[in-house]
Every structure is written in structure tokens, then in C-alpha cells.
Design a binder for this molecule. Structure first.
Ligand code: ZN
Ligand code: ZN
Ligand code: ZN
Length: 202
């Protein structure tokens, strides 16, 4: 008998590529699994605890992470499961049989593209207030000279996205993504005195 496989998919918030991975039921049950995007900037985590499965899903729609849970039996055997983002209403993760998951993630790609295109046309952010607050915190930190890169560079550029802000080092091109989607993103940056860009060279 062939070993039963499960397909798991999400769209990476950092590079916006679909991440589609296959794991055997045995692999999923044996230990917590981290399913990373090839870009290295996001990973979906799966942990099976008794008859429940806990997933931590990076969400392309809101830029945050969602912790979701379902019954282990459904996770391992249902033809298709979808988890959705409470903020945008779009799906953020699919689990199931290969063809079902592939079909679903292709439709989600289209919906996400549309969402980002419309937002770009409006010149809008996911949450205007959160973005405004996060940008003003970054400016405050910058004024105090608190932004630097691990390469030693002190010059950087700001790139404002739909639900995040990137600080890009002018010297090495390394970057730091600061989420600007939710209230907790404001709290996170408020308690920081410095921001350190991850340099591309040591
Ligand atoms: Zn990625
Ligand atoms: Zn979300
Ligand atoms: Zn640098």
C-alpha cells in the first residue's frame, strides 16, 4: 500500500509565491513540521497534539500570522480543508489531496493579486491608521539614529507596501520587513529603540 500523502499550501507574504508542500501522514504525525518558503522569509508550522492539529500560517492577505486548529482526523484524511484570514476574509491555507489543494491555491493567487492591484490603484493600505502609526514610529527611531544594518551601513531606503514597510540597506541591499497590518504591529514597534537590518554580508 502506498503511503498516504498530504498536500499543504499557503502563499508567502514576503515573496508572494505559492508554497505547496507534500508530507506523508507519518511525517506529520511524528514531529512538529516547519514548512518554509524557498525565499526563507516565511514558514508554516504544523504541530499535532493528540486529536488536534495546530497550524501557524503566514498570511499574504493581511501580512500577519494566523493560528488555526482542526481535528487531526480531518487534517489527515479530508479531501480538502481551507483556513481563512479573519481580517481579509480570504483563505490563507489549504490542506488535503494534491489536485484539490492545487486548484484552491490557484484561485487564491488570483484573489490575492486582485486585492493587491486594487489596493495599489487606490494608493491604499490594508489599514491606514496602522500604517500611519508604524511609519511615524520608524521616523522617530530614525531621528534618534536608531536604524542600522548588520553590514555596518547607516544609509537605508524606506519602501512602503500594502501591509508592511521594508527598510533596505543602501550599502548591501539587505532588508528588514516591518509588518503594518494590525494594532499589535504598532505595539511591537513602539517598544523598539533600534531597528537592525539583516545585512547580506557579515
Ligand atoms: Zn517567500
Ligand atoms: Zn490574514
Ligand atoms: Zn547592509
Amino acid at each position: 500500500m502506498a503511503e498516504e500523502k498530504r498536500t499543504i499550501a499557503y502563499i508567502c507574504p514576503a515573496c508572494r509565491q505559492s508554497v505547496i508542500l507534500e508530507r506523508s501522514v507519518f511525517q506529520l504525525a511524528a514531529a512538529p513540521n516547519e514548512l518554509p518558503c524557498p525565499c526563507g522569509k516565511s514558514a508554516l508550522r504544523v504541530e499535532m497534539m493528540g486529536d488536534r492539529v495546530h497550524l501557524t500560517v503566514p498570511c499574504v492577505s493581511c501580512g500577519g500570522e494566523h493560528r488555526v486548529t482542526c481535528a487531526s482526523h480531518d487534517f489527515l484524511h479530508r479531501r480538502g480543508l481551507a483556513f481563512s484570514c479573519g481580517k481579509s476574509g480570504l483563505d490563507c491555507c489549504y490542506v488535503g489531496e494534491e489536485d484539490t489543494v492545487f486548484g484552491a491555491v490557484r484561485r487564491l493567487e488570483e484573489a490575492v493579486d486582485k486585492l493587491h492591484r486594487e489596493a495599489g490603484e487606490r494608493g491604499a493600505f490594508l489599514d491606514e491608521i496602522v500604517m500611519h502609526e508604524v511609519l511615524s514610529e520608524i521616523r522617530d527611531i530614525a531621528k534618534r539614529g536608531g536604524i542600522s544594518c548588520s553590514c555596518g551601513g547607516k544609509e537605508w531606503k524606506l519602501q512602503v507596501n500594502y501591509s508592511s514597510v521594508d527598510l533596505v540597506c543602501a550599502a548591501c541591499g539587505g532588508d528588514l520587513r516591518i509588518p503594518a497590518a494590525t494594532e499589535s504591529d504598532i505595539e511591537d514597534i513602539c517598544c523598539k529603540h533600534t531597528l537592525r537590518i539583516h545585512g547580506r554580508r557579515a
